[in-house]
Design a protein around this ligand. Structure first.
Ligand code: SF4
Length: 336
């Protein structure tokens, strides 16, 4: 029976028998639920999914899926997943990581998986705090946030995961949020369909150590003013009346209100397919309170995957070879 004729799974088919041990109210529950819903629709047998994680609360996720999974050491999930994907290209390989895991000791592994365009789906649960190790400031903790290691308020400049991903030439870059389940599901579907490295940052509420960090983006009374939903080919408008927008003033973004000489033609148009990620990078840097933050797909372009480039490289060798034959055979590389 081909994959195309397999009956679709249900989300329940993807649940493991392990007790889910995140704290009550943790945003991880919502992400897990949407992930199972999306995976069930992909027409992929569950034994073809592999979830690789590192350390931290997010990294428990592979235990809760009835798929193959592997929990490695802190920050190493992208490297481990790269090995899985290269050895078994037909598998659908996902990485689950958090801000502490991916952006501290793991930052180089993440960057190189992205620049190589390894065909991995990387979910970065960003709660802007170290949750599993009990509430220390993480690389993404915003300035002024009080944590156990920053009782007077964090003062270090936080990393911006999507800016890093774009600087690493990632071919798919997106952001969504745990409680907006429709948006979360849509973004996961887009990532699943992408061929190459897909990085999805999920704003995830840590109920215990950083509760409410993303209230500005979820509170129905204000989120229209604080969030822009990116739509390819559409102007970057926001606001309850969609009468505010972003335009460029020289090289600087600027919030303007339509009217009084400002027209829709002044507003930047979102282009997730742009060859150069310049606009996506600019959008990835927007942060409140002076700017709305963007949710959606920042960049989605096609370029050769690491596997394709590797295969080409082996084919052009003398004699032509392949990674599969190297892994299966007695040959060894000689490094000059
Ligand atoms: S510590 Fe925070 S991130 Fe970890 S399970 Fe609890 S609520 Fe979730």
């Amino acid at each position: 029976m081909s994959v195309g004729t397999l009956p679709l799974l249900t989300p329940g088919d993807l649940s493991s028998d392990r007790e889910v041990r995140w704290c009550p109210g943790c945003g991880d529950f919502s992400i897990l639920a949407q992930l199972k819903r999306v995976l069930a629709t992909l027409g992929v047998p569950r034994e073809n999914f592999v979830f690789v994680s590192g350390a931290g609360c997010a990294s428990r996720l592979p235990y809760y899926l009835s798929t193959y999974g592997f929990q490695g050491s802190c920050g190493r999930a992208p490297a481990l997943a790269t090995g899985v994907k290269l050895a078994s290209p037909n598998l659908d390989v996902w990485v689950v990581t958090g801000d502490g895991d991916a952006l501290s000791v793991g930052s180089n592994h993440l960057i190189h998986a992205l620049r190589r365009n390894v065909d991995l789906k990387i979910l970065l649960f960003n709660n802007e705090v170290h949750g599993r190790s009990r509430g220390q400031a993480s690389p993404t903790t915003r300035v002024g946030t009080c944590t156990k290691t920053s009782p007077e308020g964090a003062f270090e400049t936080p990393l911006r995961p999507l800016s890093i991903a774009l600087a690493a030439e990632a071919s798919f870059v997106a952001r969504t949020i745990d409680v907006d389940v429709n948006h979360l599901g849509d973004v996961l579907e887009r990532a699943a369909a992408h061929r190459g490295a897909a990085l999805v940052e999920v704003y995830q509420n840590c109920k215990i150590y950083n509760d409410g960090a993303f209230d500005y983006a979820t509170d129905a009374s204000i989120k229209a003013e604080t969030v822009i939903h990116l739509e390819h080919g559409r102007p970057l408008l926001f606001g309850k009346d969609r009468n505010q927008g972003l335009r460029l003033n020289g090289f600087e973004p600027e919030v303007v209100t339509l009217g009084h000489g400002i027209t829709i033609d002044d507003i930047l148009i979102h282009d997730e397919k742009a060859t150069e990620p310049t606009l996506a990078f600019l959008l990835s840097r927007l942060i409140g309170p002076h700017f709305p933050e963007c949710l959606g797909v920042f960049r989605s372009v096609q370029r050769p995957t690491f596997q394709q480039l590797l295969d080409d490289s082996f084919r052009q060798g003398d004699p032509p070879s392949s990674l599969a034959s190297l892994l299966a055979g007695d040959d060894s590389w000689v490094v000059a």
